[in-house]
Design a protein around this ligand. Structure first.
Ligand SMILES: Cc1cc2nc3c(=O)[nH]c(=O)nc-3n(C[C@H](O)[C@H](O)[C@H](O)COP(=O)(O)O)c2cc1C
Length: 341
């Protein structure tokens, strides 16, 4: 109520990235203030006990923050105070990056969605892992890693680039997500090609450490490719899956074509991708038969959309765009009213 009636009208007057920066500044402030954290947990925290255990980690509840909101790991304590049961920071890359030129984030209010082409802007894995040492969180911290957004880093160097962030993440993360599906890189290519994924997982060699390692797929992954990719992941002892990342597709949107043309490229997130994301989760569940946990993400903005992800096969959930449209009250609502596995 507080968010939708008071804050959202003000925030939505700002450019989407400026609004995000403001939310980050406030959250970073709260990250260092016990008073603000207490205040946030009085307003937004609490609720039904929904503790779950996966990979030997205790999740206070199954509702997590999706990658991309806190790329630099500056707000985890504040996010815990808002009631999230786990947090995924990043994507973190080996070298720091400014990302793509602005503007690069856009609201699609007629679709309760966003388009972004941030381009993996982040402080780099050295600075971020340093920042997260002694983080003192009582919920699991996921670190999402990607390849540095620099088209000149390819082939073997691309694998070494990922491996650098992976090693760094091992020192601070409770779980690591390997983001193979970012649509916003300079080279315009992802690691969702069977050959590229095989080389990557061979290079990372996740079976040599104790940290659960997950792979994150695009919402645009076709069923047969998904089968092949999961087969490769299983060969390299991947512990779970995050489904899904954003979409490059623009079908069936309410937003006018001219507005979409003016925005240009980027990953579509929010309500517009919810159904397609549910389909990817169902396919994953069909392949895995419950043998590995699935984090469901993509267009959750209500208890109903959260329930559809759980029914499709998700064990844990993550939210990003839904927070922009519905505010942090959504976390407790989903936590209290969804029937989880
Ligand atoms: C502005 C923005 C930046 C994002 N950055 C990342 C990122 O760096 N790494 C990543 O794996 N996903 C990133 N995502 C994707 C989200 O984690 C999520 O998979 C996707 O937005 C679908 O969930 P949603 O509909 O709840 O937003 C980003 C999403 C948005 C909106």
């Amino acid at each position: 109520m507080l968010y939708k009636s008071l804050l959202k009208p003000v925030i939505f007057k700002k450019d989407a990235e400026e609004a995000h920066d403001l939310a980050l500044r406030i959250s970073s402030e709260a990250n260092h203030s016990a008073f603000l954290q207490t205040l946030a947990s009085i307003i937004y925290g609490g609720g039904k006990n929904q503790e779950k255990e996966y990979w030997g980690l205790k999740f206070k509840n199954p509702v997590g923050l999706a990658a991309g909101f806190d790329k630099n790991g500056t707000t985890p304590k504040a996010m815990e105070a808002l009631g999230f049961g786990f947090i995924e920071i990043g994507s973190v890359t080996a070298k720091s990056s400014q990302g793509n030129p602005k503007p690069r984030a856009f609201r699609l209010p007629d679709d309760n969605s966003l388009i972004n082409r941030m381009g993996l802007n982040n402080d780099g894995s050295d600075v971020i892992t340093d920042r997260l040492k002694n983080h003192n969180l009582s919920i699991p911290l996921g670190v999402n890693i990607a390849k540095t957004n620099d088209a000149s880093i390819h082939g073997k160097d691309a694998i070494s680039d990922y491996a650098y962030s992976y090693e760094k993440a091992v020192s601070v993360a409770d779980y690591i997500t390997v983001n193979i599906s970012c649509p916003n890189t300079g080279e315009g290519k992802t690691f969702e090609d069977p050959e590229a994924l095989t080389s990557l997982l061979k290079g990372l060699n996740p079976s040599t450490n104790e940290i659960p390692t997950l792979v994150k797929f695009s919402v645009d992954t076709e069923k047969e490719i998904l089968r092949k990719l999961v087969e490769i992941c299983e060969r390299y002892s991947i512990d779970g899956y995050v489904a899904t990342n954003t979409s490059s597709n623009r079908d069936n949107l309410n937003t006018k074509k001219s507005a979409l043309r003016a925005i240009g490229n980027g990953g579509l997130s929010g309500a517009a991708i919810a159904n397609k994301s549910d389909t990817v989760i169902s396919t994953l569940y069909e392949i895995l038969q419950g043998s590995k946990p699935i984090i469901g993400v993509g267009g959750i903005d209500s208890v109903e959309s959260a329930q559809r992800k759980v029914d499709a096969g998700a064990n844990l959930l993550q939210i990003y765009t839904g927070l922009v449209y519905e505010g942090p009250g959504l976390i407790k609502k989903i936590k209290n009213e969804t029937d989880f596995r």
